[in-house]
Design a protein around this ligand. Structure first.
Ligand code: HEM
Length: 346
């Protein structure tokens, strides 16, 4: 980013954020870092790859057996008929190869690594039955977690930066707090300390709310008993679901819900009126267990960028570019291969 600012080049921040979230989640899952952050194309090739999967995901959700059909089609046929599906298949093969590679590592070397690796820990836990610890199963689970982890967090960061840079007053208020509280931009405080900054924390909440997180309907089944809701009876074993969108954009809870308004989280009654409806991570027993990882990433990455680069401005980006257009489980913006997406300049 520094180099771009010095040479007055635009920064494709949509991709830059995903580089950060991909590198982090890969380290956790596979114990290897693809260093997208150092790539010339800002990880755009990698994103194209995943976008192919997102685009066929509504089909896979309705017809899960489609994946098996795709797997049985020869590569060359897919290359001609559906290059996107081929990319998805290749991605799965790559994850399986990485899984096998890490599982054949020297246990002593794994023990001395600075961080634990999810795939290694899952393969060696007695809490899972052996069939759930097979390399193929582990690879697919870890690949799904990469998908769940990088797009949601990358999207929240993108909504955050747009919301802030699109409003001079909010931007200035945020900079005032960050510059007062963080004297040395090279020494960014910990996640716990950043959570204590009231305006910054309110901005983060508002960005997460706007990004929705899991836009797709979160399915639930009560296998044991019928349930009643507003006069409706949902029979036992019957799947039902709801998108977080309907809570996070409900005007009766969040007034003018489409406005980016961090102040709403600082109102005296916010704790009582808004917090119980803060639903991006779900609620209850199925709520997202890794939300502290996501929140830590968001706080640290966003504070670092805003504090180190106070002169950032939106470039070639309007509200239309950051409108959620697709429910590919995560809510996604319009995108054509080659688009630069949300950009900023320093
Ligand atoms: C702002 C960021 C994030 C948001 C808003 C978010 C939101 C959610 C929600 C709402 C669910 C529950 C879906 C359901 O009930 O069906 C979920 C599940 C999940 N998330 Fe996240 N997530 C975020 C970041 C991450 C990250 C960084 C990871 C990587 C570790 C991750 C991995 C997962 C996984 C593996 C599941 C499935 C858990 C299960 O099936 O029990 N998410 N996430």
């Amino acid at each position: 980013m520094q180099k771009c600012i010095e040479s007055d080049q635009p920064i494709p921040i949509f991709f830059a954020f995903r580089c950060v979230t991909v590198d982090i989640i890969f380290e956790y899952m596979f114990g290897r870092n693809p260093y997208l952050i150092d790539r010339e194309d800002w990880g755009q090739g990698f994103y194209d790859f995943w976008r192919s999967l997102w685009e066929i995901s509504p089909w896979l959700r309705q017809f899960p057996s489609m994946l098996k059909v795709l797997q049985s089609i020869p590569r060359w046929v897919l290359a001609v008929t559906s290059p996107k599906a081929l990319q998805v298949m290749d991605m799965e093969t790559q994850a399986i190869n990485w899984t096998k590679e890490i599982l054949s590592a020297d246990p002593k070397e794994m023990e001395t690594r600075e961080h634990k690796t999810v795939i290694w820990e899952l393969a060696h836990t007695s809490s899972l039955p052996p069939k759930e610890r097979e390399p193929r199963r582990l690879a697919i689970d870890c690949n799904s977690t990469v998908a769940a982890g990088f797009e949601t967090t990358g999207s929240a960061l993108s909504h955050l930066i747009f919301g802030v840079l699109n409003n001079e007053r909010i931007h200035q208020k945020l900079l005032d707090e960050l510059q007062f509280e963080i004297l040395d931009p090279e020494k960014i405080p910990s996640y716990q300390e950043l959570q204590e900054l009231p305006y910054f924390h309110a901005v983060i909440r508002e960005g997460i709310r706007h990004s929705i997180g899991a836009m797709g309907r979160q399915s639930r089944v009560n296998p044991k008993a019928a349930m009643s809701y507003k006069g409706w009876i949902i029979p036992a074993g019957f799947a039902f679901g709801m998108s977080a969108y309907y809570i996070l954009m409900d005007p009766e809870i969040y007034s003018k819900p489409h406005d980016f308004n961090p102040e709403r989280w600082l109102a005296p009654d916010a704790h009582e009126k808004l917090h119980p409806y803060f639903y991006p991570f779900g609620k209850g027993t199925r709520s997202y267990v890794g939300q502290n990882l996501a929140l830590a990433e968001l706080h640290i990455a966003f504070a670092t960028i805003m504090r180190r680069f106070p002169s950032l401005k939106l470039y070639n980006t309007t509200k239309d570019d950051v409108e959620i257009r697709h429910d590919f489980f995560a809510g996604m913006w319009k995108y054509e291969k080659g688009d630069m997406g949300l950009q900023v300049k320093g």
